[in-house]
Design a protein around this ligand. Structure first.
Ligand code: GDP
Length: 472
């Protein structure tokens, strides 16, 4: 209906064009961007999409330069299991959190603030691991400014280390390598630096661009220096936000507490959040009844890069949802309702992510430029061979990117990466784990299985040449 009136044609004409394209729609149905483009084209209209208010205003885009003030960096710690992520977070929390009068046991709220020896603030997300990081990014959240990649000096650069590096690189988040466990007699930090160098990641003291720091999460050695390096990285990024506007930021976690109702931890990224503000996150809204910092202390206001626990939302939003303050409860309610409706309709219809069959349709409307692929296989040799051949399929109009490749079962983390980067997953002689399979269904990620390299190459080739029959 809206589209028809924008183009000044009758609704029936639009519906019949939809039917001729194989889309059976009702008058009030919402259409996705591609459908709108195709239909408009039938009526000789060009479509221009603008970004939603939220995407634009999350950080500083709309602020005048003189309204911006420096803000603290927000840091995520990633790395291979047992390399010391939790120990590092614990050490930092124990030694660097300014304990309040309250006696100061930090609560686990998903994030916390520290004050460095030099008097600078850093905010940490304390869900270690790249799963949380990528799950958030899959929801569009850009919350991490700097990633610390922990690598144990008595071990090697391991598969999950590579994955973490990969995730940070795909997200364009600068990394600092924390080479941990240097207190151990068998620690060999140089070997780690060499392995990194072999991956084209040359650390600074070897003449490269990546900062690294030898640390011990057990004794605390090197941790002050690590935090200073985070600050240095932050300085380069010139992190700024306008504190004098309605708050906006990202949900870190949320739960239902028996006594207190819905409790959400949010990271304020711009503006200042105050008790009494009307906030909306995902499909849930409410007035902020009370706020607590990571020490459980009541606070009245939270500035940019501050994590706070908030009471008052009418439900539990998802980690990674953007929250925003509105001037009136009515406005927030209307948006919440329309989001609920959009979600209900979309879950019925649209494909969230690319599939090989979908490529033909996207090519036809010229909205397809690159195909992101994740390859998992049973042995290194076939993964390499497949990846080399697929890369060669790139052409001017469509580039093929292998954003991650590895040996082993298709894992949940592969699916999350695919979801965050709109990729398809190719499994060569390997299957997904049960959880990965479930997640792929939920996230609508296509997983294709092959046992002959030639078949995989041919199918991808056909797809990017628009030769696979599109399915509407
Ligand atoms: P995570 O899986 O990456 O979170 O790793 P943990 O923080 O749980 O650490 C795994 C194991 O390594 C634990 O037994 C820690 O006590 C130990 N560990 C972590 N950091 C250090 C360190 O700097 N030195 C030594 N000696 N042990 C460490």
């Amino acid at each position: 209906n809206d589209l028809a009136s924008l183009m000044d044609v009758s609704v029936n004409e639009v519906i019949s064009v939809c039917m001729s394209l194989g889309m059976f729609v009702s008058i009030n149905q919402r259409l996705d961007a591609e459908a709108i483009t195709i239909i408009a084209d039938e009526f000789n209209y060009d479509v221009e999409f603008t970004k939603s208010d939220e995407e634009e205003s999350i950080i500083e885009t709309k602020d005048a330069p003189d309204e911006l003030e420096e803000r603290a960096p927000i840091v995520t710690i990633m790395g291979h299991v047992d390399h010391g992520k939790t120990s590092l977070l614990d050490y930092i929390r124990r030694s660097k959190v300014t304990h309040g009068e309250a006696g100061g046991i930090t609560q686990h709220i998903g994030a916390y603030d520290v004050m460095t020896n030099t008097g600078h603030k850093i905010a940490f997300l304390d869900t270690p691991g790249h799963e949380a990081f990528t799950a958030m990014r899959a929801r569009g959240a850009k919350i991490t400014d700097v990633a610390i990649i922990v690598i144990a000096a008595d071990d090697n650069v391991m598969p999950q280390t590579k994955e973490a590096i990969n995730h940070a690189q795909v997200a364009g988040v600068p990394m600092i390598f924390a080479i941990n466990k240097v207190d151990k007699p068998n620690a060999n930090p140089n070997k780690i630096k060499e392995e990194l160098a072999n991956m084209n990641l040359l650390v600074e003291d070897w003449g490269g661009k990546y900062q690294s720091q030898e640390i011990s999460a057990k004794t605390g050695l090197g941790i002050d220096e690590l935090l200073e390096k985070v600050l240095l990285e932050a300085e380069i990024l010139e992190l700024k936000a306008n504190p004098n506007k309605n708050a906006i930021g990202t949900v870190v976690e949320a739960s239902l507490d028996k006594g207190r109702g819905y409790v959400s931890t949010i990271m304020v990224q711009a503006g200042t959040l105050r008790v009494g503000d009307v906030i909306l996150a995902g499909q849930h809204y409410g007035r902020v009844k009370a706020m607590f910092d990571h020490l459980g202390k009541k606070v009245e206001a939270a500035a940019p890069s501050t994590p706070v626990q908030v009471l008052g939302l009418g439900g539990a939003p998802q980690a990674g949802d953007i929250f925003k303050v509105y001037d009136t409860e009515r406005e927030a309610r209307e948006i919440a309702n329309s989001r609920e409706q959009i979600q209900r309709e979309q879950s019925l219809r649209t494909k969230k992510h690319i599939t090989l069959d979908e490529i033909g349709r996207r090519l036809a409307i010229g909205s397809f430029k690159e195909l992101n692929i994740i390859i998992k296989g049973d042995v290194d040799g076939s993964v390499e061979a497949l990846s080399d051949s697929l890369l060669k399929l790139s052409k001017d109009e469509v580039s093929v990117n292998i954003i991650h490749q590895g040996v082993g079962q298709i894992s949940e983390s592969d699916v999350l990466l695919a979801s965050a980067s709109d990729a398809i997953i190719l499994g060569f002689q390997v299957r997904p784990s049960a959880n990965a399979k479930r997640l792929a269904e939920q996230e609508e990620i296509e997983i294709r299985h092959y046992s002959v390299i030639y078949d995989a190459i041919n199918q991808i080739k056909d797809a990017i040449e628009g030769m696979l029959e599109p399915e509407f």
